[in-house]
Design a protein around this ligand. Structure first.
Ligand SMILES: [Ca+2]
Length: 67
C-alpha cells in the first residue's frame, strides 16, 4: 500500500462515506419507525467515497496507477 499526496483526501472521503452509511444502517436497524434509510444520504455517501477514490489518481493516470 503506497501513500501519495492525495491520501488525506482519499481517507477523509472514504471515512465520511462510511460514517454516513453507518448512520443509515442504524436508522434501518433500530426499532424506531421515525428513522428511515435515506437514498439521498446513501448517494452522498457513495459520492464522498468516489471523490476520495478518484482523488488518489490526481496527477497520475489510472493506467500508471494499476500497472
Ligand atoms: Ca428505523
Amino acid at each position: 500500500m503506497s501513500l501519495n499526496k492525495s491520501w488525506r483526501t482519499t481517507t477523509i472521503g472514504f471515512l465520511g462515506g462510511v460514517i454516513i452509511l453507518a448512520n443509515e444502517l442504524i436508522a434501518v436497524l433500530d426499532t424506531s419507525p421515525e428513522t428511515n434509510m435515506s437514498l439521498e444520504a446513501i448517494g452522498m455517501a457513495f459520492a464522498a467515497m468516489g471523490i476520495g477514490y478518484f482523488a488518489r489518481d490526481r496527477g497520475v493516470s489510472s493506467e500508471q496507477e494499476k500497472a
